[in-house]
Design a protein around this ligand. Structure first.
Ligand SMILES: Nc1ncnc2c1ncn2[C@@H]1O[C@H](COP(=O)(O)OP(=O)(O)OP(=O)(O)O)[C@@H](O)[C@H]1O
Length: 309
């Protein structure tokens, strides 16, 4: 288990991580989600003892990572921009790490097989593609068969097959009782991979809940209603206490009643309908809305939404 209490990291006047509390439990995949610059990497670096907190603490299995007697066997980590010796082969790189960490040499072939690099294990890692480098980084993370696995943006540079592979691997590791902590800026990917979500924005935790609760709470839906008499339909629905907004000339977005009931109501009043559609906003939209105030650099967007009438 990973536990952070009041974890803070400041760089000059900037609070990269702002007094956060969280726990990452074993037996499930916890997704660490946030837009660029939210504080994910800084948090993960503090988990791994690579950055010292300005205040607060973070422990892995009850103690600080840097106090671990056998770090690679306790926590496996993939961080961005991993430094590899370019002239060394993948197998030699893993062998060197195994020997220097007291890990049995047979684990090297096991992890090469696990990440699908056995065929290129003899090639120099300097020639590796981004995706192959990510796979090798994951092999390093798993080398010591650790109970805790921390992966920072593991799907970066992977093709769709590789992304699916990381997803399945993460789920298998968690099913085996491990603590799996994965960062990403891709909501849709995390929704498929993670059981639990920690959403961070500008160094603060914005959500800490199960993925299913996040979806239920944030992925709002509405009924799109088109009518040649949009004003009259809007009046009728507003009188019923429904939430109605008018978008294009003839489009109304209605919340508070399902499509069938809206259709019956309008039908009884004798007004015409041209469309009645349930629209679910995507999880990506929900994530953008939640983190909108915490995005450091974003393109300006315009909205055409307006209120009814
Ligand atoms: N060494 C540093 N010196 C100064 N500022 C830093 C340093 N490292 C990170 N920051 C700042 O801290 C904030 C959090 O950065 P961090 O890399 O943790 O975010 P992130 O969520 O991992 O984003 P990304 O997905 O872009 O890597 C950013 O504003 C970043 O510019």
């Amino acid at each position: 288990m990973i536990a952070a209490r009041g974890l803070t990291k400041t760089y000059g006047p900037k609070k990269a991580v702002d007094g956060i509390d969280f726990t990452v439990e074993p037996g499930r995949v916890t997704g660490f989600l946030g837009p660029n610059g939210a504080g994910k990497s800084t948090t993960m670096r503090m988990v791994l003892g690579l950055d010292r907190p300005t205040a607060g603490s973070v422990t892995v299995n009850g103690h600080r990572y840097q106090d671990s007697a056998a770090p690679l066997r306790e926590v496996g980590a993939l961080l961005e921009a991993r430094a590899l010796h370019p002239g060394r082969s993948a197998r030699d790189h893993l062998r060197w790490l195994a020997v220097s960490n007291g890990i049995p040499a047979r684990r090297v072939d096991h992890v090469l097989d696990l990440v699908g690099l056995e065929g290129v294990a003899g090639q120099r890692v300097g020639k590796f593609s981004l995706g192959m480098g990510q796979r090798l980084g994951i092999a390093v993370a798993l080398l010591g068969d650790p109970p805790v696995v921390v992966l920072d943006e593991p799907v970066n540079g992977l093709d769709p097959e590789g992304i699916r592979w990381v997803r399945n691997l993460a789920r298998e590791l968690a099913a085996g009782g491990r603590t799996v902590f994965i960062s990403s800026h891709l909501m849709s990917e995390m929704a498929l991979t993670a059981d639990h979500l920690l959403v961070i924005g500008r160094g603060r935790i914005l959500a800490d809940c199960s993925t299913s609760d996040f979806i239920a709470e944030h992925a709002a839906s509405y009924v799109r209603v088109r009518s040649p008499q949009p004003g009259d339909v809007a009046d009728l629905l507003l009188r019923q206490g429904l939430d109605v907004t008018r978008h294009e000339d003839d489009e109304l977005r209605v919340q508070g009643l399902d499509a069938a009931a809206i259709g019956e109501l309008v039908g009884k009043s004798g007004l015409f309908l041209h469309e009645l559609t349930l629209v679910r906003s995507s999880l990506e939209d929900a994530f953008m809305t939640l983190t909108a105030d915490s995005v450091e650099y974003s393109a300006t967007t315009t909205t055409t939404a307006g209120t009814a009438r």
